[in-house]
Write a protein that binds this ligand. Structure first.
Ligand code: GLU
Length: 285
């Protein structure tokens, strides 16, 4: 049997809360039970929102919770060149195109022709097209910023019949479900952002493959991301891990916890005298 390797991959854009603790503990516990490995990865490609003090708090909070992890910790901001190389592969295969549009322009275009927009996980998704070569050259020469979008049409053509057959495995403690991947709901997803030349999708798929992750264990808010990740893996000849999307932790009103819910941060709980054992008990892990 292959080695069991899983990871917790937080973004240091705020303090960790109970939802993160649940995710980290579920992954950690799964690795322990399988006699496998647990990796901590810092997903800090968003250079404006990620802060060193939040990264430090991640280490402190997880240590306090009783977790340990392998060193060195991979910090995505140290590896932009890796993601650029992966993007180059998509460029060479003509699977991506430059998009110079602003968010507002994209939203306006979707609003003008909603019937052309797939129903994406976060609302209507965008389908565009590359600009004519001369227009594109002019904008590049002017230094206009652009993102790279994955052309869903090009991906479909590239994979042929295989596109419809894409699937991934949801593995819930031995119960395995084969899920048909429907990446087309993302439309032409941004694969490299204007500001940092990569995206969560590209960096995450890259690192899971590099780090040999066999089980991606994370919250069900990222369930649909797996559909797109599965497509990227296929286009880039990367291995497909198994997935386990777990329930999300909610507050007393049944609302999902967010980084702005100060009272539920591990730091606040720790300072108020709560013990790691209380947290495990409350979360049932
Ligand atoms: N960095 C992502 C987050 O903080 C998690 C990504 C993942 O687990 O795939 O939500």
């Amino acid at each position: 049997m292959n080695e069991f390797i899983t990871r917790f991959a937080p973004s240091p854009t705020g303090l960790l809360h109970l939802g993160h603790a649940y995710s980290a503990l579920v992954a950690y516990q799964a690795a322990l039970e399988a006699g496998g490995r647990f990796i901590l990865r810092i997903e800090d490609i968003d250079l404006t929102r990620c802060k060193p003090e939040f990264e430090k708090a991640i280490y402190d909070d997880l240590e306090w919770l009783g977790l340990d992890w392998e060193q060195p910790v991979r910090r995505q901001s140290d590896h932009f060149a890796d993601y650029a190389r992966l993007l180059d592969q998509l460029i060479e295969k003509n699977l991506v195109y430059r998009c110079f549009k602003t968010r507002k322009e994209v939203a306006d275009e979707i609003a003008r022709a909603p019937h052309l927009s797939p129903d994406g996980p976060e609302g209507p998704a965008y389908i565009g097209a590359p600009l004519p070569a001369d227009e594109e050259k002019k904008l590049i020469d002017e230094g206009a910023p652009y993102a790279w979008r994955l052309s869903m049409n090009a991906a479909r053509t590239n994979l042929g019949a295989q596109f419809e057959k894409l699937s991934f495995i949801e593995d819930h403690f031995g119960i395995r479900e084969q899920v048909k991947a429907t990446p087309e709901i993302f439309g032409d997803a941004v694969i490299a952002r204007k500001d940092n030349g990569t995206s969560y999708h590209l960096a995450s798929v890259h690192d899971d493959a590099l780090q040999g992750v066999s089980h991606v264990i994370r919250g069900e808010d990222l369930y649909y991301a797996a559909h797109l990740h599965r497509l990227l893996q296929e286009l880039l000849n990367l291995p497909a891990p198994l997935y386990r999307h777990h329930k999300l932790i909610t507050d007393g009103q049944g609302k999902r916890l967010a980084k702005r819910d100060k009272a539920a941060t591990l730091q606040a709980l720790r300072q108020s005298g709560v013990k790691p054992g209380d947290i495990r008990q409350r979360l049932g892990v």
